[in-house]
Ligand binder design. Structure first.
Ligand SMILES: Cc1cc2nc3c(=O)[nH]c(=O)nc-3n(C[C@H](O)[C@H](O)[C@H](O)COP(=O)(O)OP(=O)(O)OC[C@H]3O[C@@H](n4cnc5c(N)ncnc54)[C@H](O)[C@@H]3O)c2cc1C
Length: 367
């Protein structure tokens, strides 16, 4: 993440900026030009020699004892088979891991998953006037819109974020509840419902919030973003108690202090409660990315092994990226050996040599 942000910030003109987040308990946020960032990420993959297959879906694993012998893949050429040494499931939903037999939880103890969101940008806004109101959620204006039926009743908090470009505002507000992100029909329905609510909200912004009068909607997401589906069971399940204690695991692969970022699981509530004291942090253990029995499988990102509280903190993009980095590094170190027997000290040392901080004996508190 640091490497990506560094590349973007060092461009002329800079394509990213680090600034304080307006929401409580989040540290700095990195805003960037989406198109340049996407191109840069693909360039980084090209430089690393990664062979990409956009539009390919992994459909099923073929097991041989405790190993994934092959993975069936489908793209427009038809069905194909990949024979992997190691599988790293970074799919958010973990279809392949689940079909390989890794146990999982869907959502919280009652099966509630965080709401899904369709986002958009408002372009051509006068951001100084838009953000003259110190309330980051525009609650007074939103209440008016809901009361007279111009906004959906779940839009009591309009989270608007200053975009990277000076006249842009990112709208991360439209949340659709009760959607199972592993079901394509559910996601399709939620996306169309999201489009309706986003268009309604854009109209509302123009008519009711100073600074948006001549702005227009752009970059409406192609599909809703899914926050939470399966949480796979790993060798270790990271818990809210681990986080609250600021646990620094011997096999910690990334240091993190994200608040509990819970978005409309059982009801309309959203939280950003701090999980560690100011300046403290916890680490995510590598064992939360490794299943108990399947020898050539690891998982990175929001499908890691976590209880619902821990999940709400660990799911941020920088942590997900670091989990992928840890799994990639672990795969290289493991060779043909099982992921479960990897020497954790070697992995942590390798990640430290790549520049990751706050791992092993390095204590970042007070820095
Ligand atoms: C609306 C929204 C706003 C957010 N805002 C922030 C924020 O401001 N800051 C932050 O840090 N985090 C934010 N998050 C959280 C963060 O974006 C996610 O938790 C994180 O991106 C998850 O990354 P991932 O790689 O695990 O999964 P995903 O980003 O879900 O990526 C999984 C990928 O795998 C692909 N895939 C799935 N199944 C298969 C298959 N069978 N075969 C092939 N490909 C497959 C998917 O198409 C997808 O491209 C937000 C999330 C949402 C939904």
């Amino acid at each position: 993440m640091d490497e990506l942000a560094g590349r973007l910030m060092s461009m002329d003109p800079p394509a990213a900026e680090k600034r304080p987040c307006t929401l409580e308990n989040f540290g700095a946020e990195i805003q960037y030009d989406h198109d340049i960032a996407t191109t840069t990420m693909f360039e980084m993959l090209e430089e690393a020699g990664v062979e990409l297959r956009l539009g390919a879906t992994a459909t099923a694993p073929r097991m041989r004892s405790n190993r994934i012998h092959a993975v069936d893949v489908f793209d427009r050429h038809g069905a194909q088979t990949v024979y992997p040494r190691m599988v790293i499931d970074c799919s958010g939903d973990g279809d392949i891991s689940a079909k390989a037999g890794v146990p999982y939880d869907l959502g919280d103890a009652s099966g509630n998953m965080m709401g899904v969101t369709l986002t958009f940008m408002m372009v051509g806004a006068d951001v100084t006037r838009v953000f003259a109101d110190p309330d980051p959620y525009f609650t007074a204006q939103a209440a008016r819109g809901i009361a007279d039926g111009r906004l959906h009743e779940d839009l009591g908090k309009l989270y608007l974020m200053r975009g990277f470009h000076p006249d842009t505002v990112f709208c991360n507000s439209v949340v659709i509840r009760g959607v199972d992100g592993t079901d394509p029909a559910n996601v399709t329905r939620a996306t169309q419902e999201g489009r309706r609510r986003c268009l309604q909200m854009a109209d509302f912004l123009r008519s009711d919030i100073a600074g948006f009068e001549t702005a227009r909607m752009m970059y409406l997401g192609p599909t809703v973003g899914v926050r939470e589906t399966r949480k796979l069971h790993g060798q270790y399940r990271i818990t809210g108690a681990d986080l609250a204690a600021g646990t620094k695991f011997p096999d910690g692969i990334v240091a993190c202090d994200n608040p509990i970022d819970d978005v409309m699981r059982a009801d309309v509530s959203m939280t950003h409660d701090a999980i560690v004291g100011a300046g403290d942090y916890y680490t995510i253990p590598f064992r939360a990315l490794v299943p108990e029995t399947i020898e050539n499988l690891m998982f990175a990102g929001r499908i890691l092994s976590a209880d619902p509280t821990a999940f709400a903190s660990v799911r941020g993009m920088p942590q997900c990226i670091a989990m992928g980095q840890a799994c990639g590094t672990a795969a290289a170190l493991a060779g043909a050996d099982p992921a479960q027997t990897l020497d954790h000290a070697k992995l942590v040392a390798a990640l430290q040599s790549q520049g990751l901080r706050g791992l092993g004996d390095e204590d970042l508190r007070g820095q």
